[in-house]
Write a protein that binds this ligand. Structure first.
Ligand code: JQB
Length: 277
């Protein structure tokens, strides 16, 4: 996979040299090219922004530098054999970046990231490149960053660990909290390792019991508890056929019950009579 990043803060992308992404690069699975947008400015002040048409606060990134940068990056990439580029544009108004999208991006041969600053990039730039390449506007979450660089690091890490051989263990993806089929969309419960006692705190007995059935059941209950507490929306979204008899018991104790009449049929909802957990 080839990655290009065009930014006014190339040093912000330094983390791409270390850890998981760095290892993928060292293995030759990933080629990363970071470019300084200001290389495509031709005035004394290396201007990349200007005032917004229609007025209002802040500044907007200009078409000229982005157009020249992307033309160069595309031409150089094609010339070195890359194909089928996808422009990934971090923006608070993008579609949510999910594990599903991470998987989709990990299957693409060439990603070009355009992290912006200020109030974003003049709309015409993405309208123009959308006529030539796939353009994906994505948001990493419902909060406002000062720019797109941190989003590039997030997306890159989520994608790089999916590349074959990066984890060292292809099995490990299967259990990802958000991977379809993991615990059918549940969050993971707590994990423990040695020593067996730390500052007077023990490991839950069941984990030392060697009883695989009971361990699996306990983990499932912990996953249900954690999901109900932190992400009730994920419980509501679950296909109720994914819940066995004991899941249903656990969910009832946590204050959840299947909707007997509602649409869609049998989904779990917070019981109106449930006491706060
Ligand atoms: C400028 C960004 C994010 C890129 C993602 C996320 O664009 C803006 N609009 C309104 C307020 C502030 C900005 C600042 N800004 C470029 C840029 C924010 C990404 C961003 C993002 N991906 N939150 N914020 N989830």
């Amino acid at each position: 996979m080839r990655l290009d990043v065009v930014t006014i803060f190339p040093e912000y992308l330094e983390p791409l040299n270390v850890s998981l992404v760095g290892k993928a690069r060292a293995r030759g699975q990933l080629g990363v090219h970071v470019h300084d947008l200001r290389e495509w400015t031709y005035d004394r002040h290396n201007t990349v922004d200007d005032t917004p048409y229609g007025g209002g606060p802040g500044m907007v990134m200009k078409t000229g530098p982005w157009g020249d940068a992307l033309d160069t990056v595309l031409a150089d990439g094609y010339e070195s054999g890359a194909h089928a580029p996808t422009l990934v544009v971090p923006t608070p108004s993008g579609r949510p970046f999910t594990q599903e999208l991470a998987v989709e991006l990990s299957e693409r041969p060439w990603l070009i990231f355009t992290p912006a600053r200020y109030e974003g990039i003049d709309r015409r730039v993405m309208d123009e490149y959308a006529t030539r390449v796939d353009v994906l506007e994505v948001s990493i979450g419902d909060y406002v960053l000062a720019g797109g660089e941190a989003a590039v690091l997030v997306i890159t890490e989520a994608v790089a660990r999916l590349l074959p051989g990066v984890l060292g263990n292809a099995e490990s993806h299967r259990d990802d909290s958000f991977a379809p089929g993991a615990m059918a969309g549940l969050l993971e419960g707590p994990v423990y390792t040695k020593p067996p006692e730390w500052r007077g705190r023990d490991i839950p007995d069941v984990l030392l019991s060697g009883h695989h059935g009971r361990i699996a059941r306990w983990r499932r209950d912990e996953a249900l508890k954690r999901t109900a507490a932190h992400r009730p929306d994920l419980i509501e979204r679950c296909d109720p056929r994914a819940f066995d008899k004991k899941d249903r018991e656990t969910l009832f104790i946590l204050g959840w019950a299947p909707d007997p009449a509602g649409e869609p049929y049998g989904r779990f909802w917070r019981r109106p009579d449930a006491v706060e957990q």
